[in-house]
Design a protein around this ligand. Structure first.
Ligand code: AMP
Ligand code: MG
Length: 341
């Protein structure tokens, strides 16, 4: 009895370190509850139209550091700051190029992150010591309401362990972060399904750093000339653009029309887009039978997670999509997911 109580006391001491304390994770659609936890400096997973985010008060360095701990995210990878009103951008960014304003006016709330010079109030823990900050107004009714009720913005990367497939349902978040965070705000499945498009500015010239839910065509329609500078290095100075990312644990191999040879037995899963005739006994998963890019993006991460968890599947093959519309962002995710470092 005495021994048990000693062990118990020792574990209590350990739990005084927040990161080691297992907590019960609730899945709930109570915005009030989410608000109250965030006001206490705790982490809450939040729904957005792109993927689920792991949120904390962006102005509270201690809370922000907890995000990095829970995700095992390297500190060199900066977080995006989420706001609930367009006009709040000037509270957190020092300078707003006219083209940034045009893009925000056209696409916020939506899957667009703008990288701008930061105001002092944004802690360097959020930006990984960069003088710029990524800001976005997400398009999900619960999260917009939550942000509008809080008197601080939310720093939020995707709510998954670093490097794994991003979550697009509350269950995806629960599967990996249960007992690490107190709450997942349940806002259903994410409509867009890939992360935001990230755009910085060289003077007035928009520079796309990450392909995402907003297409290059959309951006060109508003700004005309743009530069696309997708970084695919594994250099830590190129945050978030690591070659290997969004990766399942099982081997993933990419195919295109000129290289479409694979083992067509029933332990092989193949991810396709549009018309497809099975070659043998492979298990076929169609991102969109009608070749609809939006539908394909919304299915991508769910399919990868499902196949990674399916014990009848030993290897995954995926066809790259045509390089237009959201096909570019989807191919970017597939290539990083398949990359073997
Ligand atoms: P996520 O993990 O999907 O929330 O994406 C966060 C990503 O946004 C990072 O990995 C970076 O690529 C990008 N990002 C955020 N802030 C900045 C910044 N100040 N400069 C450049 N990229 C940024
Ligand atoms: Mg991420």
């Amino acid at each position: 009895m005495i021994l048990i109580s000693l062990v118990y006391d020792a574990s209590l001491l350990l739990t005084d370190i927040p990161y080691f304390r297992p907590v019960e994770t609730i899945i709930s659609s109570s915005i009030e509850k989410a608000k109250s936890l965030l006001e206490q400096g705790q982490l809450v997973a939040i729904p957005t139209e792109t993927v689920y985010g792991l949120a904390a008060n962006a102005l509270d360095r201690t809370a922000v550091i907890e995000i990095f701990n829970a995700k095992q995210r390297p500190s060199f990878d900066p977080l995006i700051v989420h706001i609930g009103n367009k006009s709040d951008v000037s509270l957190y960014a020092r300078h707003i190029p006219a083209n940034a304003q045009k893009l925000m006016d056209a696409f916020w709330p939506g899957p667009l992150t703008v990288v701008l010079p930061k105001q002092e109030i944004i802690p360097y823990e959020v930006t990984s010591d960069l003088a710029t900050v990524g800001i976005r107004m997400p398009n999900h009714p619960f999260t917009l309401q939550l942000l509008q009720q809080l008197n601080f913005p939310l720093a939020a990367p995707s709510a998954n362990p670093f490097g794994y497939i991003s979550p697009t349902t509350p269950q995806h978040v629960f599967d990996q972060l249960q007992s690490k965070i107190p709450m997942i705000l349940d806002g259903g499945s994410c409509e867009v399904g890939v992360e935001s498009t990230i755009i910085g500015f060289e003077g007035e010239l928009p520079v796309v750093y990450r392909l995402g839910g907003l297409t290059l065509e959309d951006i060109r329609n508003i700004c005309g000339e743009i530069k696309v500078e997708i970084n695919s290095s594994s250099d830590p100075k190129a945050p978030g653009m690591l070659k290997s990312h969004y990766a399942p644990q099982k081997p993933l191999h990419l195919l295109n029309n000129t290289n479409s040879d694979f083992q067509s037995d029933n332990s092989t899963a193949i991810i396709v887009f549009g018309d497809y005739n099975a070659k043998g006994n492979e298990q076929v998963f169609n991102l969109s039978i009608n070749a609809n890019y939006k539908e394909a993006a919304a299915n991508l991460f769910s399919f990868l997670r499902m196949l990674d968890a399916d014990s009848s599947v030993n290897q995954i093959y995926a066809f790259l999509l045509p390089e237009v519309d959201l096909g570019l962002a989807i191919n970017d995710r597939l290539k990083r997911a398949a990359f073997k470092g």
